[in-house]
Design a binder for this molecule. Structure first.
Ligand code: C2E
Ligand code: MG
Ligand code: MG
Ligand code: MG
Length: 282
């Protein structure tokens, strides 16, 4: 066995063990409405994306960088996917019952999405959490699933829509068929990949791409979220592009579920408008 295969096996064993020992946890990162769209405090927060973490006994909290292949592993993808569905819907239901009706997005691996049991898994999870309306759930798919089996991905996503869930095209623009997916897949949201947003201030090409995608989304009646918003400069430029929603470290890193409610309460988009104003004056 070569080194790469060995590492892959080690990684999937670590992930499987974490799943069994209940050391996989979800963190949540806010998605916010652009300043001029957010009249009141709460209105500024559109929802949260659920992001998986692995609590390693020695290495601490690990992001998917350290176990991403395991998320799409033949033996693990469905088990992890079901864990995520249950964890996120449990959390969403709790927040709803506590008077915090948050929209939650979750990432679904290509392998789970294309699994014949996926829709059953989804139905089962929704039925187990009647307090979390499907309309508040969004499925994020990257371009890898439709790349493997377009027709099946299309039909499955249509079924998700019929069940009330929203669909987001994640990492939009990084695959090789983005526009045709936009044309043929039933999506309500486009998430512009952070690789286009990162250099938006310095690279006129990136700026043009983000501007074009935002405009296309608007014309199609889709919601558009810019990922990787890290600086006031990013925010300012996205603001001029009329990009309605954003996600990134500027607002918050992904956080444990326990602090979400207090974060929402204390979040104030107007602070960013003030920062923007002083940024413009300098
Ligand atoms: P993604 O779905 O595109 O998620 C966004 C990633 O960007 C997250 O990384 C998030 O922490 C990071 N991010 C957010 N804002 C910023 C920013 O301002 N700057 C930078 N540099 N990064 C930012 P994370 O949590 O490490 O997740 C990486 C990827 O792993 C995700 O990319 C997604 O594809 C996958 N993933 C995460 N959770 C799950 C899950 O529950 N199931 C599956 N199947 N995949 C997941
Ligand atoms: Mg995502
Ligand atoms: Mg993404
Ligand atoms: Mg990504």
């Amino acid at each position: 066995m070569d080194l790469e295969q060995e590492q892959l096996m080690e990684m999937s064993m670590m992930t499987q063990k974490s799943l069994e020992e209940q050391r996989l946890v979800m963190h949540y990162q806010p998605i916010v409405a652009r300043p001029s769209n957010s009249g009141s405090l709460e209105q500024g927060v559109l929802g949260f994306e659920a992001l998986i973490r692995l609590q390693h006994p020695q290495r601490g909290l690990l992001t998917p960088t350290f176990f991403s292949e395991a998320l799409d592993h033949p033996r693990l993808a469905r088990r992890i996917g079901c864990f995520v569905l249950d964890a996120v819907l449990t959390q969403g239901e709790q927040w709803h019952q506590a008077g915090l009706p948050l929209r939650l997005s979750m990432n679904v691996s290509a392998r789970h999405l294309l699994d014949p049991e996926f829709l059953n898994d989804l139905r089962y999870a929704l039925a187990a959490h009647p307090g979390m309306p499907p309309e508040y759930c969004e499925i994020e798919v990257t371009e890898s699933a439709p790349m493997q089996d377009f027709r099946k991905a299309q039909v499955t996503l249509q079924d998700c829509n019929s069940m009330g869930l929203r669909i987001a095209l994640d990492d939009f623009g990084t695959g090789n068929a983005s526009l045709s997916y936009l044309q043929k897949l039933p999506a309500q949201t486009i998430k512009i990949d952070q690789s286009f947003v990162r250099d938006i201030l310095n690279d006129p090409r990136d700026f043009a791409i983000v501007a074009g995608v935002a405009k296309t989304a608007r014309m199609l009646g889709l919601e558009v979220i810019a990922e990787g918003v890290e600086t006031i400069g990013h925010l300012q430029l996205l603001e001029t592009l009329d990009c309605p929603a954003m996600q990134g470290y500027l607002f918050s890193r992904p956080m444990p579920s326990e602090i979400v409610a207090s974060w929402v309460k204390s979040f104030n988009m107007h602070n960013y408008i003030d920062k923007l104003a002083s940024h413009l004056n300098n």
